[in-house]
Unconditional design. Sequence first.
Lengths: 406, 168
Amino acid sequence: MSEHVNLPEESLEKLTTTINLGPTHPATHGVFQNIVELDGETVVSAEQTVGYIHRAFEKIAEHRPMYQITPLTDRLNYCSSPINNMGWHITCEKLLGVKTPKRVDYLRIIIMELARISDHLICNSIVGVDSGAFSGFLYVMQYRELIYEIYEEICGSRLTTNMGRIGGFERNFTNQAFEKLEKFIKEWPGVLKEFENLFVRNRIFMDRTIGVGPISAERALNYGFTGPNLRAAGVDYDVRYHTPYSSYQDFNFTIPVGSTGDCYDRFLVREGEMWQSLELIKQAYQKVQEFKGAEAEVFHADIPEYYLPDKKDVYTSMEALIYHFKIIMGETKMPSGEVYSSVEGANGELGFYLISDGSRAPYRLHFRRPCFIYYQAYSELTKGGLLSDAIITMSSLNLIAGELDA
Amino acid sequence: MALDNKRIRERLVEKFGAEITEWSEPYGLLTFVCPKDINLKVLQFLYDDQELGFTFLTDLCGVHYPDRTGSEISVVYHLHNLKDNIRIRFKIYTPSAKPDVFSASALYEAANWMERETYDFFGVNFIGHPNLKRILNIEEMEFFPLRKEFPLEDQKRTDKDDEMFGRG
């Protein structure tokens, strides 16, 4: 069939059909364009066009002080913004040589794992929607809402969170936040179990996803896959385990892996990760509760040059006023240096390559965006499959347009 | 014996001798510079060598240093050995007047789009790349936006009617 692909545009012998999937097709869940060459219903080739929502974050970042870059990271993978925020803060802390208190690390883990759950939840339920099961999607949204309410208690916003500061959080977690977290810990297992019951052994879902969009471990590594997509192919690489940040080494968790790298395995790996995230949240919450006395109130590192002081101190203390002014006006210099730091984002290794020349803004900041790198494989994943399988493959890769285009 | 920075350096010096320069370890990450015409040889050696086994390309990006006359543009590779869990970074420099660099896309599929991105923003011409065209910006663009000579728009400019966007 492939010999017909390269015929001239108007050629009568051309037996394949070219269709434009996107950029604003409802099935693509974001601004993606795919020029798909079809032979009947079989995909012969797919060519991706990206960049529809490119916003030049790397350029903008070169003109901004550190704390103003956090809102840019929100808009990368906007399904799990807190992970990006904290990834950026961890990068800055590495450059500055700041050691965060354990309580901050554990609170961060609670938030990052909640974000991971909400991201995987979207991805898995969208895979369900694309295979024709809409109820799972609607049902779990209620709990994503609960996660967003927890964010709201902590930082005041929901989707683009801009959460935390360099060195910790802007304020301590409120009791309401912990109450909501307890509610989540209590109710979530039942919900996730019910969600799994809808899909995991569902004949239709299995038929639609098993063997669809598979990739071998070697190809996945060569394509630079990371995160659940790599683990579904059978490679147990997880940044949380291999390069622990934010005290992940203090926790017990397993890394779920698949074997075939198809949509079904990707689904199962994400399900497994949600259970692991729940375990991590429970452990972290328990560790947070174990802090006593003054330690139980710590929510940021003691770095007055970089951490924005409390407003009431600004009005009463000279040092706080000076630091407040310097930080807000962006007059705090970064030490010069070169640092690569990565976190396990919800869809892979989210890396920050930061070069500082000692001025107020980064000399160069590069985001290693996992979905930009693994989306290259889309053509190979879908070749020879059906058009409807190509749609499921796209949603099961967990492509987020904001991250893809930066 | 687990692989460490010292051993990697020994192996590379054994193979390439004095061609590899500027060894450093910022924040524990082994970093070095190699001449741009042997970048593929170094990558291939790091990939093939049984002991080194840097088979995972984590990141590839460009950096522009306008003050370094004759070697203004840098291409930075971050490689990862997943078995021994160790990372390295290496850089090559190329003049911005003739930014020709050999493409690593035959070795790593992942390099394909990363090199297109680097071309798009810095104009690095990757020789041997199968499809070197712009990826995030429009194809009609005539400049390479992440080079330092392209400043962001001046926030105080007055020649533009921006009333609808809050800058009237």
